[in-house]
Design a protein around this ligand. Sequence first.
Ligand code: FPP
Length: 227
Amino acid sequence: MKNPPRHIAIVMDGNGRWAKKRNLPRIKGHIAGAKCAKKITTFCRKEGIKFLTLYAFSTENWKRSEKEISFLFSLLENYIKKEDKNLIKNEIRFRTIGDISKIPPKISAKLKTLEKKTGNCRQMTLIIALNYGSRDEIIRAVKKLLRKKHVENIRREFENCLDTSGIPDPDLIIRTSGETRLSNFLLWQGAYSELYFTKTLWPDFGENEMMRAINSFKRRKRRFGGY
Ligand code: FPP
């Protein structure tokens, strides 16, 4: 693909409604959602997207039932177990953003191992946002910054304290399921991102619609405040 967006970030919304429409329990929607996440990752790797960020669990998602939360983490654990070889084979580096110190230690340890194992992969970076919220990230970054004795360039050093340090800002942010808000996702990094909203529920979001989102991005003129 010519001139694809370098970094695409996705709010994978609508798993619950997808399940409800089919009279299925919500967890079935998350299973279908995880399958879709894998399909879209493969597609992005094939199309030369360099960074893909997927919002898997927000700082606000702790309000859900214990059953649903533990199911989401078990899905993630399963994903790590099943996907590590695949990621390495396809040269995909794995990273997380968000406060993973607050997620079950058994899982955070596995996430760190996967980050290390894929650390030298260079074709694409897959970033999973876990226990992530922009306001929480910004406050954690400010706290880190305040611990420094001397700060020369506040903006640069602040950005280095964000979870996304070293990752370019998203060019395109997609949200599925008809909601048209950012919900605490990449608020600093998304200052100039192009936004794409679709009514499609996340488990139904396929390669064709991803292509449509990318084509819509390509037609836009980005001015970054200039003209
Ligand atoms: C939003 O749908 C989805 C989530 C909060 C979880 C996203 C998780 C996955 C897609 C699976 C795990 C991913 C990986 C990478 C293993 P919702 O439950 O808010 O749907 P609703 O708004 O229709 O209720």
